[in-house]
Design a protein around this ligand. Sequence first.
Ligand code: ZN
Length: 116
Amino acid sequence: MSDEQNICPKCNSPYAYPDRLLWICPECTHEWVPEQASDTPSEDAPRFLDANGTPLRDGDTVTTIKDLKAGKDTMKLGTKVKNIKLLDDLVNGHDISCKIPGFGAMYLKCSVVKKA
Ligand SMILES: [Zn+2]
């Protein structure tokens, strides 16, 4: 709990104390409900993180971090993938849609790429 909570918003007394859900100031008898902790995750917290934990966005360029099967072929580690599209709904567990020259339209996972 941060020290700031002890400060009365009315008289700035630093001696406020918590009583159940309320905070009470012994100097001016002001009572108040503390603000919700602001470190709760926001709704737009990044969902799409690459292998390094870097957030990815639509249109990003990424490179693959390992060899990936692409039909009969293998897409080599380090293949550059431009203009990715992030999928809100997974497709067979994949969350990136993209087109790769020589391979065509493909699905990838954020966990096997890193932001270029
Ligand atoms: Zn006070």
